[in-house]
Design a protein around this ligand. Structure first.
Ligand SMILES: NC(=O)c1ccc[n+]([C@@H]2O[C@H](COP(=O)([O-])OP(=O)(O)OC[C@H]3O[C@@H](n4cnc5c(N)ncnc54)[C@H](O)[C@@H]3O)[C@@H](O)[C@H]2O)c1
Length: 370
């Protein structure tokens, strides 16, 4: 028997369309036939996973999908390096080979990589079919599975090819977090902490108090952390589905983070690790501007440290490397780099006037950082 602990709703209704969907958070959801029957009814499925996740979870999902629908299974190779158009092609080839029609649903079982690829394949197949998110990493549960950003990487940059395509539902099964490696778990925690920083200081305080129980992966604490994170994301996405404005605050720490990932070469630091460091850098710039107290930066550094997340830029990275990389980011608008800073703890603000000198003195004065 599954237990649903929280249900959230991403409200994307307009007078002309309704792309709203539920987020279910609970235990054993992936094995619950009735949940899949409610969401998918009798529709055929293209189940996409990878060669790490499928051996652990695909059998229970296959069982829950039942025997009365056609299921095509596509197992991708694991890893960010495989988040490519070739992987999308593999999914589309399999769907076409099995002659799936527009009523079929693509189901993404895995972390953010599988979710992003599958969502994009669903956006392209027969000009767009439905897809369902079954996120299995903490990062995917609190971030990538919600909000409808899908896509793949290009040699010119990360996530450069993609589409907005909302899922029909997100099923977050807490059981999946038991097998997640510690480093991946912490990378997801970085995004959880982000939500407290940008819009809910009470949540940040709660995370400080709950750090030990989170590290122990206590189910009720995880469920609350995920629920509160998804609530912030759902609110922001509901207000600005296509990142015309406020949605950009979700990129707190990401402008710096993406640059760190790119300068170092993808894979050395995990995305969430780079975001952790990026958040500290953005907080330091905010503190230098007098917008947050310096001891708030210390609290952030201490909290990230509990999860062994990096808080200073890589030793071999200079401010010039960072600026050059950020200048090529998607977040550049009319030649100006867009940053998200803290207007105060728990409140983010979008600015485009941060100089290299400001970043250098706030974030690269290594002798005085600790
Ligand atoms: N679409 C969005 O809005 C959005 C937001 C944030 C990040 N992203 C994207 O998400 C990706 C990162 O996602 P991620 O951190 O989930 O990485 P990932 O998908 O690569 O998963 C991390 C690793 O954990 C493995 N794994 C997944 N679930 C597991 C489980 N339950 N037990 C054991 N191992 C498991 C994966 O196979 C992989 O090796 C990036 O490509 C990033 O660009 C997208």
């Amino acid at each position: 028997m599954s237990t649903c602990l929280h249900t959230l709703h991403v409200d994307l209704s307009t007078p002309s369309s309704d792309r709203s969907y539920p987020i279910l958070i609970g235990r054993d959801l992936l094995a619950d036939e009735s949940i899949f029957a409610d969401i998918l009814e009798g529709r055929d499925v293209i189940l996409v996973s990878n060669d790490v996740v499928a051996p652990i979870f695909a059998a229970r999902v296959r069982g829950a999908l039942g025997s009365r629908r056609r299921v095509t299974e596509v197992i991708l190779r694991d890893g960010e390096a495989n988040k490519t158009m070739a992987a999308v092609g593999d999914i589309l080839d399999a769907a076409l080979a099995d002659r799936h029609e527009r009523g079929a649903v693509m189901v993404a079982l895995g972390g953010g990589v599988v979710g992003d690829i599958t969502g994009f394949a669903a956006a392209c197949y027969l000009r767009g079919i439905d897809f369902l998110q079954l996120p299995t990493t903490l990062l995917a549960q609190v971030d990538s599975s919600v909000g409808g950003k899908t896509g793949v990487n290009h040699p010119q940059g990360k996530n450069m090819i993609g589409a907005f395509h909302q899922p029909i539902a997100v099923l977050i099964d807490l059981q999946t977090l038991h097998s997640l490696p510690a480093r991946e778990f912490s990378a997801g925690i970085a995004e959880v902490i982000k939500y407290g920083l940008i819009s809910d200081i009470g949540f940040f305080d709660w995370l400080e108090q709950s750090a030990s129980r989170l590290l122990a992966r206590e189910e009720s604490v995880l469920a609350e952390a995920i629920e509160r994170s998804c609530a912030v994301k759902a609110d922001v996405v509901s207000a600005d589905e296509r990142e015309g404005g406020v949605r950009a605050i979700l990129n707190f720490g990401h402008t710096f983070g993406h640059a760190i990932e790119q300068v170092q070469g993808y894979g050395r630091w995990l995305h969430g690790e780079a975001v952790a460091c990026g958040m500290v850098m953005a907080a330091r710039v905010s503190a230098a501007r007098g917008q947050v107290p310096r001891d708030f930066v210390d609290r952030l550094v201490a909290l990230l440290g509990r999860f062994e997340l990096p808080v200073t830029p890589p030793e071999d990275m200079s401010v010039a490397d960072l600026m050059a990389s950020m200048a090529g980011d998607k977040k550049v608008v009319e030649g100006r780099i867009r940053f998200i800073l803290l207007a105060q703890p728990g409140n983010a603000v979008i600015v485009d006037d941060v100089s290299a000198a400001e970043i250098e003195s706030a974030c690269f004065d290594r002798a005085n950082l600790d």
